[in-house]
Write a protein that binds this ligand. Structure first.
Ligand SMILES: [Zn+2]
Length: 464
C-alpha cells in the first residue's frame, strides 16, 4: 500500500514535470515580460513616411475649396478641381499611382450608394467611399482584414453649405492623408493578412459613408479584425497642444451585446475588455515596440464627450474600432467659416497643421497595421478552467486556422490596472497554468508568429 502510494506520488510528480515542460513551464517561473519583436521591414517602412508628402496631400485636398458631401460632383466640377467629386477622383488616382508603383499590388475600389434626404442631406445624393486593398499573401490569413480610415469630406460653420469654402485641413484632411501615406508605404511590403486603406465621405452629414461601408463589410462576412479611424490628427499648433501625445478612444461595452452577454460582462468584471479596448492596448504596445515619436493616450470612452466619429459605425456593425485624435482640439479651427473676428483667425487651414505630428501618427498607424497583418490569427475558443475552485488558473485555447502560431503568450493584469502588466511565453501549447488567481487578475492569450509578431489578445470565457 505504501509502495503503491509512493508510485502514485512519483507518477504525479513526473506528470507535473511533463506538464510543466510541455504545456505550462510558465507556471513554475516568475512572470516576465517577453521581449517585443521589432520587425526590420516594418521599421524601415516607418522611416519612409514623409511629413512633406503628407503636407502636399493635405494642401491638395484643401485646393478643392470644399469637400462638403453635398457639394458638386458633376463632370465639369471634377475637371474644374472644385468640390467633393474632384477630391474623390484625386484620392482614387493617388491609390492607383501607388498601385502602379508596386506592380498592381493594390485593388483600388469605390463603394457608391444613394443617401436619402435627412436633416443634413436636403435631397438624395450619391456618396462614394474610396479604398485600396493590399491582399494578404496567405490564403487563410487573407480573410483577416485590418483597416485604416479617415473621412475626406469637410464642412464649414453651416453643414448645409454646398459651395462655401471648407478647407478641412485637419478635419479630416489629416486622417485622409494618414490612410494615403500608409497605403503608399505599406504597399511596398507583403503581409499574410489583408490591409484596407479607406477614405469615406458623408461623415459630417451623419457618418453615412462609414455606416454604409461597415454594413457592406458585415453583410459580406468580412473578418475585419481592427479599424483605426484617424479624425483630427493634425496636431493643431496652438497653446496647450501636446505634440508627443495622440488620444486613442475605445468603447467600453460593445455595441449590440445581448442581455445574456451583458450579465456575463457584469459577473466577470469584463467591462474593460471589449475587442476595441484590446486593440487600443495593442496600439500602446506597438508604440513602445517601435518607439514612435508620438505616444498613445488611452481614453476609456467611445469618443470625446457627447461626440462621435466613423469608428462608431464599425463598432455598431460588431467590429473592433478605435479613434485617434490629437491631444487638444482648437474649436476655432474646425467646422468654422474662414474669417478673422476680433483678431481671432477661424477656419480649418493647413497653416495650423503640424505635418510632422501627422507623420508621427501615420507611423503609429502603419506600425499597428503592419504588426497585425504580419501576425498569425488570434487563438480560438480561449477559455478559463473553472470546474475546480483553485488558486492557480488554467487557460485553454485552440490554434488559429492559419497554422502560423509558433507559440502563445499569456497576458494578465490586476483587475484595476488599465493595461497588461505581465506577458508569459508558453511555447506551442494549448493550455497554461499560472500561479495567479483568476479572482484577482484578467487574463488573455495571444498567438506569436515564427519571427515574433503578436496577434491581438483574446480574453478567455469561463469554461462550460
Ligand atoms: Zn471629423
Amino acid at each position: 500500500m505504501l509502495e503503491r502510494n509512493r508510485k502514485i506520488r512519483r507518477f504525479r510528480l513526473r506528470h507535473a514535470v511533463a506538464l510543466a515542460l510541455g504545456l505550462s513551464l510558465s507556471s513554475l517561473v516568475p512572470a516576465q515580460n517577453a521581449p517585443a519583436y521589432v520587425d526590420p521591414q516594418i521599421k524601415a517602412a516607418l522611416i519612409q513616411i514623409s511629413a512633406e508628402r503628407i503636407q502636399s496631400n493635405i494642401e491638395k485636398l484643401v485646393s478643392f475649396q470644399t469637400r462638403a458631401t453635398i457639394s458638386a460632383q458633376d463632370a465639369a466640377s471634377i475637371s474644374g478641381g472644385r468640390g467633393i467629386g474632384a477630391a474623390r477622383e484625386w484620392i482614387k488616382s493617388e491609390f492607383e499611382r501607388y498601385s502602379r508603383d508596386c506592380g498592381g499590388c493594390l485593388e483600388v475600389k469605390t463603394d457608391t450608394f444613394m443617401q436619402r434626404a435627412s436633416e443634413r442631406v436636403p435631397a438624395p445624393i450619391e456618396i462614394t467611399n474610396v479604398y485600396a486593398a493590399l491582399k494578404g499573401t496567405n490564403p487563410e490569413d487573407a480573410k483577416r482584414i485590418v483597416l485604416v480610415t479617415g473621412h475626406y469630406d469637410s464642412r464649414n460653420s453651416d453643414p448645409l453649405d454646398e459651395t462655401g469654402v471648407a478647407p478641412g485641413a485637419n478635419d479630416d484632411g489629416s486622417g485622409t492623408a494618414v490612410s494615403l501615406e500608409c497605403a503608399r508605404v505599406l504597399s511596398r511590403l507583403r503581409f499574410p493578412a489583408t490591409i484596407i486603406f479607406l477614405t469615406v465621405a458623408g461623415e459630417e452629414q451623419g457618418l453615412y459613408g462609414s455606416k454604409h461601408f461597415a454594413e457592406f463589410a458585415k453583410s459580406r462576412g468580412w473578418e475585419i479584425e481592427a479599424v483605426l479611424n484617424n479624425d483630427i490628427v493634425g496636431g493643431d499648433q496652438s497653446p496647450g497642444q501636446d505634440p508627443k501625445v495622440v488620444r486613442v478612444f475605445s468603447e467600453r461595452i460593445p455595441d449590440g451585446v445581448t442581455e445574456a452577454q451583458l450579465r456575463m460582462i457584469r459577473a466577470l468584471g469584463g467591462e474593460n475588455d471589449s475587442a476595441s479596448r484590446e486593440l487600443a492596448r495593442y496600439i500602446v504596445q506597438t508604440a513602445r515596440t517601435y518607439r514612435t515619436e508620438v505616444a498613445p493616450l488611452l481614453e476609456f470612452r467611445r469618443d470625446r464627450y457627447l461626440r462621435g466619429g466613423d469608428h462608431i459605425s464599425f463598432n455598431e456593425a460588431g467590429f473592433a474600432a478605435v479613434r485617434f485624435t490629437e491631444f487638444r482640439e482648437n474649436y476655432n479651427h474646425q467646422h468654422q467659416n474662414v474669417r478673422t473676428e476680433n483678431g481671432i483667425e477661424y477656419g480649418d487651414l493647413p497653416k495650423f497643421v503640424d505635418f510632422d505630428y501627422v507623420a508621427s501618427v501615420a507611423r503609429l498607424n502603419a506600425a499597428t497595421l503592419a504588426s497585425l497583418a504580419a501576425a498569425p490569427a488570434p487563438p480560438r475558443n480561449v477559455s478559463l478552467r473553472t470546474k475546480d475552485l483553485e488558486n492557480d488558473s488554467t487557460v485553454v485555447w485552440e490554434a488559429p486556422a492559419d497554422g502560423r502560431a509558433a507559440g502563445y503568450e499569456v497576458l494578465w493584469r490586476t483587475t484595476a490596472a488599465p493595461d497588461w502588466e505581465h506577458a508569459q511565453l508558453v511555447g506551442k501549447a494549448s493550455q497554461a497554468t499560472l500561479p495567479v488567481s483568476k479572482d484577482n487578475v484578467i487574463f488573455a492569450v495571444r498567438a506569436v508568429g515564427e519571427a515574433g509578431h503578436r496577434s491581438l489578445p483574446v480574453v478567455p470565457a469561463p469554461e462550460r
